[in-house]
Design a protein around this ligand. Structure first.
Ligand code: DUC
Ligand code: ZN
Ligand code: ZN
Length: 452
């Protein structure tokens, strides 16, 4: 039997195994995994790893925040993702005041569909204005949005009673609630105190958003989820204090999960002390913490108290970041890493012996699919989408704004030398990036209907 495409002689790495094997692809799906397969077309992966396509469940593309819109649109963002080995993303929907959730889903899809290079899903945001729209949630779930975003900070912040209402509605459909956990009241008080005292520099950003109170907020919403009887996924865990809350809940047998991001795993808060706009670039929330926190996050990944590495990719331009230099609380929050995530976790995690290759694949590919209802993605198995990466562990790659394909024009990882980078990225059997060359057209990506 001859397959449409065969990836030959690679080391096939999944969340649970590493084996020397060929992968046979027919059409968009994996048709066989075995020895001596032959295809109409063959890719030689001798000496390389073959992994599932990576999945980034937390990105903000062309997302309006205050006066700004995040710099990567659905084209540049998914292009950068593909170069870094990511084949599926999950972005967000927010409703306008009088808009139904289904209308907002249709509007977001209309923006994304013509531009996306890779497959994508959408989380539905439940803000305070949406509390009187909760009866729409079954229809949203049926339309393929299986996860719901709740904020404990910013203008979209839900108070505890509203968290209870929203979590109850999500439980009713069996969806996955995801939460931005920070203590907004204390943050507002600390910002006001700092600004009144003339402390306006980015140095004060992480000092206005204490790790202890990120943990407090996470613990509070975990307890509300426990009371409601729902699972819960905690976004962008930046510190040991939040890990401790998730770990304690899991020891109690609760279905509580968490992710962290490259900015918390690889960077530290000294970046905020760089002069001028350089100190403003790393502003994101939760903030980047002291260096000692990195070790706790890597340990949590290895011990599975955190399950996923996502990015919270939300870049703004240098000029936009600069606009807030006179008042750090007005700097648009968010940093880019959609392209570097998968190789960065390999570099710092696997190369340093903090994670096994299988744990790397689990955190970046398999668990994101399992936790977010991506039924045919995140693993290498017959019948799964042929979303695959040929990963060259020996390929050197020095990070710079010019070597990446992100739109921000700057990167916090500038100058870092990686050994190990994706050589080839396939999405549903199609080679979309090969050896640094983009081979795909905008609009080829598809909205993925997710379900549990
Ligand atoms: N935090 C950020 O820094 N940006 C986007 C949204 C968020 O929660
Ligand atoms: Zn957030
Ligand atoms: Zn986010």
């Amino acid at each position: 039997m001859s397959y449409d495409l065969v990836i030959k002689n690679g080391t096939v790495v999944t969340a649970v195994s590493s084996t020397e094997a060929d992968i046979g692809i027919n059409g968009e799906q994996i048709a066989a995994i075995g020895q001596n397969l032959s295809g109409k077309r063959e890719l030689d992966a001798t000496g390389k790893l073959v992994t599932p396509g990576a999945i980034d469940v937390h990105v903000h593309l062309e997302m309006p925040i205050g006066d700004f819109t995040s710099a990567d649109d659905f084209y540049t963002g998914t292009r950068a993702a593909a170069f870094g080995g990511t084949t599926t993303i999950i972005d967000f929907i927010e409703t306008a005041p009088e808009e139904t959730m289904l209308a907002a889903l249709a509007a977001r899809r209309a923006k994304a569909d013509p531009k996306v290079l890779i497959d994508y899903g959408l989380h539905m945001t439940i803000g305070p204005r949406d509390i009187n729209k909760l009866e729409q949630i079954p229809a949203v779930y049926a339309a393929g949005c299986a996860s719901f975003k709740l904020y404990m900070a910013y203008g979209l912040r839900l108070h505890d009673g509203q968290l209870w209402q929203a979590l109850t509605a999500v439980r009713e459909v069996g969806g996955m609630p995801v939460v931005h956990a920070e203590n907004w009241d204390v943050i507002c008080a600390l910002i006001a105190e700092n600004l009144a005292a003339g402390r306006v520099e980015p140095h004060w950003h992480p000092r206005s958003r204490p790790a202890l109170l990120e943990g407090e907020a996470a613990g509070r919403v975990i307890d509300i989820a426990d009371f409601v009887g729902t699972r819960l996924y905690v976004f962008h865990v930046s510190c040991q204090e939040t890990v401790a809350q998730i770990a304690a809940a899991r020891r109690r047998g609760l279905p509580i999960y968490g992710e962290t991001c490259p900015q918390y795993l690889l960077l530290d808060w000294q970046l905020y002390d760089r002069p001028g706009v350089a100190g403003a670039l790393p502003v994101c929330s939760p903030p980047i913490r002291e260096k000692a926190q990195q070790k706790a996050l890597w340990r949590a990944l290895a011990q599975e108290n955190l399950q996923v590495v996502s990015t919270d990719h939300c870049p703004f331009t240098l000029a936009e970041k600069e606009s807030g230099l006179g008042d750090y609380s007005t700097i648009p929050g968010g940093v880019p890493s959609i392209e570097i995530r998968f190789p960065a976790v390999y570099q710092r995690g696997v190369q340093s012996g903090l994670l096994t290759r299988n744990q790397w694949v689990a955190a970046c590919c398999t668990r994101p699919a399992q936790l977010f209802g991506l039924q045919k993605k995140g693993d290498i198995a017959v019948g799964y989408d042929a979303d695959l990466v040929i990963f060259d562990e020996k390929r050197p790659f020095t990070i710079s704004p010019d070597s990446l394909h992100e739109a921000a024009g700057w990167t916090l990882y500038d100058g870092m030398a990686f050994q190990g980078w994706p050589q080839t990225t396939l999405s549903r059997g199609e080679i979309i990036v090969d050896d640094g060359e983009l081979l795909a057209q905008p609009g080829r990506g598809r909205f993925v209907r997710r379900t549990f």
